[in-house]
Design a protein around this ligand. Structure first.
Ligand code: TXA
Ligand code: MG
Length: 360
């Protein structure tokens, strides 16, 4: 298949190109498109065959449900069986925006789209191109992140092309994703809303909007017990994985630099090629390895935005071993570390203030 590449201006997207993209979706084809979080791989959410094509293009297991993207909150009532009060409040506060909610689905949504579940994930993205494209597509676009299964989510159209060229009909380039991490997912089908995936919208923000506490799926926390099964099927896979073997080193600043430098030296001697992800404050302290500056520690939005791109750069450079500092920043730290820990297959070395490193 030949993939058509089109470039659109977010402030003034060409209406004819949007219409062409929408017609591809209506005819059962696939189009990758920009959103504020990451690029999505879109198909008609109400067409079972389109959803099957999405799984095939990504090489993704078909028990992993897709998010249905809508362009107006009113569209919710067609695809859900019930919209609880809390969801109305959250939609009013965060849509359009980086929040996905899980509802009981209506009969309109095929099981192929929801990975066989009776629930459906819905989100209204905060991106002009995405919204115009969803409207032109009939209003319901199923879209996972537009990466091949197991690779980091794409934050640029070039990342999408790396994984999807020749597999889908069109890639819409709308520039760099401004958040860079996937949306927060909240299950609103239970009595208390539960965060299934942390993101830009934090638990604190949700609690402030609702006026009562929300829960967090314990299986997604830092050190999940072995037998906990994440409620979002996708969270159980080792997503976001770079090709190099990634280890996170956490602890006081200078000790982290020392430990990563020591390990880097050893690995280089053993013939490995080593990449290092460091904050701006420490990046200059490393003497060896391919060092990538992810941004200043206080700029957590830059860290979130750059993470996946850096992991892809290491893939391209053929790095075999990667060390990353930890980024427990105040607001987005939970989301950033959730993705980084998954990329590392939970390999983390925790340094305390004195003794020897404690490997996990
Ligand atoms: O920011 C985002 O959410 C991006 C952009 C494109 O919108 N999309 C995205 O989709 O990250 P994807 O497919 O890569 O991740 C969707 C996650 C998966 O972990 C999936 O298991 C979970 O949402 N999910 C979808 N439907 C669900 C459901 N009914 N119940 C529980 N989890 C669900
Ligand atoms: Mg994904």
């Amino acid at each position: 298949m030949i993939t058509e590449h089109v470039r659109l201006d977010e402030n003034n997207p060409d209406a004819r190109l949007i219409e062409r993209a929408g017609n591809i979706i209506k005819a059962g084809g696939l189009v990758a498109f920009p959103t504020e979080t990451v690029y999505g791989l879109g198909g008609d959410a109400l067409n079972a065959v389109s959803s099957e094509k999405i799984y095939a293009a990504k090489g993704r297991p078909s028990d992993n449900p897709l998010i249905v993207h809508i362009a107006e909150p009113e569209a919710l009532s067609y695809i859900t069986a019930d919209v609880p009060e809390c969801a109305k409040k959250l939609a009013a506060a965060y849509w359009p925006g980086p929040l996905t909610m899980i509802f009981k689905k209506s009969a309109l949504v095929p099981k192929e789209t929801t990975g066989g579940l009776d629930t459906v994930a819905v989100r209204m993205p905060d991106h002009r191109i995405a919204l115009d494209f969803i409207r032109a597509s009939g209003g319901y676009v199923a879209a996972p992140s537009a990466n091949a299964s197991g690779r980091p989510s794409p934050t640029t159209a070039a990342h999408v092309a790396e994984d999807m060229d020749g597999r889908i009909r069109m890639i819409i380039d709308g520039g760099d994703a401004c958040i860079g991490l996937e949306s927060t997912i909240v299950d609103v089908t239970e009595r208390t809303p539960i965060i299934l995936r942390p993101g830009f919208v934090t638990g604190e923000m949700l609690e402030k909007t609702l006026g009562y506490p929300v829960e967090v799926d314990r299986a997604i926390l830092d050190k999940p017990a072995e037998n906990l099964r994440p409620k979002a099927p996708g969270m159980k896979y080792r997503h976001y994985a770079p090709k190099g073997n990634l280890t996170i080193v956490e602890g006081p600043g200078e000790r982290v630099v020392e430990e990563i430098s020591r390990r880097t030296g050893q690995m280089l001697l053993a013939g490995e090629t080593v990449g290092i992800i460091a904050v701006a404050e420490t990046a200059g302290s490393y003497r060896e390895g391919m060092v990538k500056d992810i941004g200043p520690l206080e700029d957590e939005e830059a860290i979130a935005r750059r993470l996946y791109g850096l992991l892809r750069e290491f893939d391209e450079a053929g790095v075999s071993v990667i060390y990353s500092e930890a980024f427990y920043t105040p607001r987005m730290g939970q989301a950033i570390m959730n993705r980084l820990l998954k990329a590392a297959g939970h390999q983390i070395v925790r340094l305390d203030n004195g003794g020897s490193p404690e490997a996990q």
